[in-house]
Design a protein around this ligand. Structure first.
Ligand code: FES
Length: 361
């Protein structure tokens, strides 16, 4: 076994099976209305629709008769009538009517998926239905709290989710990839603390008395002022990453605001092994009515994330087309990423274990 292959067993990479037993974001609330929304998640086609009572149905987007996509069918009241031969299914996937065989259909059932809406996010569980505990969904209620102002956006990415998590856990890339927005020369060398609690991997970086990057200086109106920066960021599971930033004016003037907070949530769900649905949210506790600040933060965040999307796409092109026989170098700043990769490797192995045992019988 090559060193690379051995490493892959310990640290997840783009070849590691996707973890299915987790809550992932499927869509934003406003995307699911009284129509049929198709979306591929974890290599499975899903069709969503909102029922008349406001709840959401999520079904395998594949009619079990001849594999016609239900998303290309008709939504009638709270049922889907397949567009090929007219079989009707209810919101749980149960077959209600087979036009060509009115007495058949009783045993036909389409797989449905557990869905929980915590606006603006709609979460889905694609794994073992018995393990779908809504209590495991993280609390991101700040997204809709009146004390926070949020700007947000989304991307479709060409990347495996492991690389996206690593990107977010190694903030030294801010200085180079995002030199024009969130990066400053000092940030790459700021002291790093790393911790792990269960499957959550966290980092903490703190930098005293430095000039803030433009993405903070402009909306906080702190251009040219020295600030203390604190970033506490966590891999909270396969579905994403939350970064909590605190900016404090190093030498405040009387009666001015001294402290500013920004929560940056990244949620992403594998579409396939090497493509992602990605949603980002930038929430701030200052300038809630400042439209200029909102516009600036949206545009600056979007521009920075385009740099990540491009970089991870280029990396994906290399790792998915070149030989696996390469040696990966890591440094201290990679420690949170390597810890996360161990978590994903273990979770994936746990899910693969039963299938392996059955195959061996
Ligand atoms: Fe759906 Fe035939 S494929 S009814």
């Amino acid at each position: 076994m090559s060193n690379a292959a051995a490493s892959h067993r310990q640290h997840a990479d783009h070849t590691t099976p996707l973890v299915r037993n987790a809550w992932y974001v499927a869509a934003l609330s406003h995307e699911i209305e009284r129509n049929l929304l198709p979306r591929t998640l974890l290599e499975t086609r899903v069709v969503f629709f909102r029922k008349k009572d406001g709840s959401i149905s999520a079904l395998h987007d594949r009619c079990p008769h001849r594999s016609f996509p239900l998303s290309k069918s008709q939504l009638q009241d709270d049922t889907i009538v397949c567009g090929y031969h007219g079989i009707t299914y209810d919101g749980t996937g149960r077959c209600l009517h087979v036009p060509s065989a009115p007495n058949a259909g009783g045993n036909i059932k389409i797989r449905n998926f557990a869905v929980v809406e915590r606006a603006p996010l709609v979460w889905i569980w694609m794994g073992d239905a018995e393990q779908a505990d809504p209590a495991l969904i993280p609390d991101f209620s700040f997204l809709s709290a009146p004390t926070w102002k949020t700007v947000s956006g989304s991307f479709h990415m060409h990347s495996n989710y492991v690389a996206m998590h690593e990107n977010l856990l190694d903030q030294t890339h801010f200085t180079f990839l995002h030199a024009g927005s969130v990066g400053t020369p000092e940030w790459a060398t700021s002291p790093l603390e790393v911790s792990q609690n269960g499957d959550t991997v966290s980092l903490r970086r703190e930098l005293k008395k430095s000039l803030p990057p433009g993405i903070y200086a402009v909306p906080m109106k702190l251009e040219g002022r020295m600030v203390d920066r604190l970033s506490e960021a966590s891999f909270f599971g396969p579905a994403g990453h939350l970064a909590l930033a605190k900016i404090t004016v190093s030498e405040p003037i009387a009666n001015e605001r001294e402290e500013f907070r920004v929560n940056i949530l990244h949620v992403f769900t594998p579409e396939t092994q090497n493509t992602l649905h990605y949603w980002w949210f930038n929430s701030r506790d200052f300038g809630l009515d400042d439209e200029e600040a909102s516009k600036f933060l949206y545009e600056a965040s979007h521009a920075a994330y385009v740099e990540d999307v491009d970089a991870l796409g280029w990396i994906s092109d290399i790792v998915t087309t070149e030989s696996e026989d390469y040696r990966e170098f890591s440094f201290r700043s990679d420690r949170p990423g390597l810890m996360m990769r161990q978590v994903l490797s273990r979770l994936a192995a746990q899910e693969q274990a039963p299938a392996t045992a059955v195959a061996a019988v």
